[in-house]
Design a protein around this ligand. Structure first.
Ligand code: PEP
Ligand code: MG
Length: 588
């Protein structure tokens, strides 16, 4: 007799950490919730204040332990978030406010603490700066931890068996404190790709999906489920057919990965001999292990925002010099391109804005911030220059809109070089200096900019956003975000042509560089370098090895005559299918 099979349900979200995981669900309804409230006598006020201090102290100890735990598994800066959480507790004005609230309300310490934090969080949620808004989860995280520490039974107990965790949202400390031998993967209703939680999931290698909508209510603890961290599908009560499909897919992914890894010592050169430099995008130095394992030919983009801003401590010039030097040494003999700070927009901010910006994406971001803060900018420039004495280092500027910004940057580099000579610090006087082409205006004047720089790096993530006027993080318009839009590929072509005329090279460091459907098109448009996430390197290498440059050039010429993104996409995808169908057949 067939056993009763509950109906399969499929939820879609944003995949943030790859992998396929099968397992029973553990549904968690935890959140920042109100503790019981009760009145206290005047005499009990000192006791309540002591309880508050004790809860803070236990929390501090836990945070220190969590930081150590993360530092052990990830040698980047991920653990620093817990140091930042500790700083919330050390804020004297917070302690004073809660103590005052205990005196005035004559209510228990945990409730006064909760009420104080709620008021603060409400204020934060109204801020339009996405970085600050995102940080509310950190404040909730530490607040929830303090509340739990008022009670004897500390952490909510996670199951002792292997499970897929389903939660409304997870805080970084939830993610970091999970037992990886038990946690097979997690999905959350809320969350964004740029959250600390997503970053930690990737750093820890836990398959994860965020932004699944209402899933907690539908997910029964112990129900079987499958998490597809490639496509962002979460399937509850999978049918036998679905389970069989995913078992086969997981085996195929494993085999495909192993096969791709066999190619890692091959040069990324097309069949007819055109070499395309294949380099990596990183944010943390610990990613260099994977970069070197996958034999990237350098780092095409080291994003410095997380390093400089995430810890909320100002990085000293000495600290910066040490970090960039380590990057240079570990990337040697290949080139390591350090992008100067790209703050603002959807990224971290250097300083709290006095007023929220009405249009952060068109506001004070990227090179604009650096040029308005030359002392801060020069600290970074000098640090990069010092590192250039220890390896092959390049630097590039984000959010360039035209020639004047590039010239100003170069003048500052010159000043910094003179300062280093005075202090007797060596540097490479011929280090490569590049401009990111990610604003359409820069592509349109690429001929002018090319005279001033050694290379271009096309930031397609922003170039698409600004060409099509489509917010890259707004789900409502996500379907309009088309990397194969004719305007985008024409801007790329203008850039590569301008570079060729000036005798400089062009790379692509946006996510488009890793879209295997579009590799034939990008190769044909004449890019010299593709810079992709460390996990994307094997696939892109295989694609490059399978393509014929001359055919790609013909394809690009045809693509430039097409009128719609769908036509351009199809043209390139069919070439990709013909050359390496096994890699792209599952996609899209
Ligand atoms: C880009 O815009 O394509 C890019 C690489 O920079 P970021 O994604 O950091 O803005
Ligand atoms: Mg960008």
């Amino acid at each position: 007799m067939a056993k009763v099979q509950k109906e399969e349900r499929v939820f879609h979200g944003s995949p943030v950490s790859r992998g396929i995981a099968f397992g029973p669900i553990h549904a968690s309804a935890r959140g920042f919730s109100a503790p019981d409230v009760y009145a206290i006598e005047e005499e009990a006020i000192p006791l309540e204040k002591e309880r508050l201090q004790a809860a803070f102290e236990v929390t501090r100890q836990q945070l220190a332990q969590l930081k150590n735990r993360i530092d052990e598994v990830a040698d980047g800066d991920e653990g620093l978030v817990f140091e930042a959480h500790g700083m919330v507790l050390d804020d004297p004005s917070l302690q004073k406010k809660v103590a005052q609230s205990i005196e005035e309300r004559k209510q228990n310490a945990e409730f006064c603490f909760y009420a104080t934090m709620q008021t603060f969080l409400e204020g934060m949620r109204r801020i339009s700066d996405p970085y600050l808004r995102e940080r509310t989860i950190d404040i909730e995280d530490v607040s929830q931890r303090v509340l739990r520490n008022f009670q004897a039974d500390l952490d909510a107990i996670l199951p002792d068996h292997q499970h897929l965790l389903v939660a409304h949202d997870l805080t970084p400390s939830d993610t970091a404190s999970m037992d990886r031998t038990k946690l097979l993967g997690f999905v959350t209703e809320a969350g964004s790709v740029n959250s600390h939680t997503a970053i930690l999931a990737r750093a820890l290698g836990i398959p994860a999906i965020v932004g699944l909508g209402n899933v907690v209510l539908e997910a029964t603890t112990l129900a079987p489920a499958i998490l597809d961290g490639y496509s962002g599908k979460f399937i509850i009560y999978p049918s036998e057919t679905t389970t069989a499909y995913y078992q086969a897919l997981a085996a195929k992914k494993k085999e495909a990965r192993e096969n791709l890894e066999k190619l890692r010592d091959q040069e990324s050169t097309t069949i007819d001999g055109r070499h395309i430099t294949l380099s990596a995008n990183i944010e943390f130095l610990h990613e260099l292990d994977l970069v070197n394992e996958n034999r990237a030919e350098g780092v095409g983009l080291f994003r410095t925002e997380f390093y400089l801003l995430e810890s909320r401590k100002t990085r000293s010039e000495a600290d910066q010099t040490a970090t960039y030097t380590e990057l240079a040494k570990r990337t040697n003999p290949h080139l390591a391109i350090i992008r100067t700070l790209d703050s603002g927009g959807d990224k971290l901010s250097t300083e709290p804005l006095t007023e929220p910006e009405p249009n952060p994406f068109l506001g004070w971001r990227g090179i604009r911030v650096s040029l308005d803060r030359p002392q801060f900018f020069k600290e970074q420039l000098r640090s990069i220059l010092r590192a250039s004495a220890h390896g092959k280092v390049g630097m590039m500027f984000p959010f360039i809109s035209g020639l004047t910004e590039v010239r100003t940057c170069k003048a500052l580099i010159k000043e910094c070089m003179a300062e280093l000579e005075e202090e007797g610090s060596p540097y490479d006087p011929s280090l490569q200096v590049g401009a990111m082409i990610e604003i359409p205006s820069a592509a349109l004047v690429a001929d002018e900019i090319a005279k001033e720089v050694d290379f271009f790096s096309i930031g397609t993530n922003d170039l698409i956003q600004y060409s099509l006027a489509v917010d890259r993080i707004n789900n409502n318009v996500a379907k309009l975000y088309r990397s194969s839009h004719p305007s985008v590929i024409r801007l790329i072509k203008m850039t590569t042509d301008a570079a060729k005329r000036a005798g400089i090279w062009t790379g692509i460091c946006g996510e488009m560089a890793a879209d295997l459907n579009l590799t034939p098109l990008l190769v044909g448009l004449g890019v010299d370098e593709l810079s992709v996430g460390p996990r994307e390197l094997p696939g892109v290498r295989k694609a490059l090895l399978s393509l014929d440059y001359v055919k790609c050039q013909q394809l690009a010429s045809e693509a430039l005559t097409l009128a719609t993104s769908a036509e351009v996409f199809e043209l390139s995808r069919s070439a990709a299918l013909a050359a390496y169908g096994d890699l792209v057949a599952e996609g899209e």
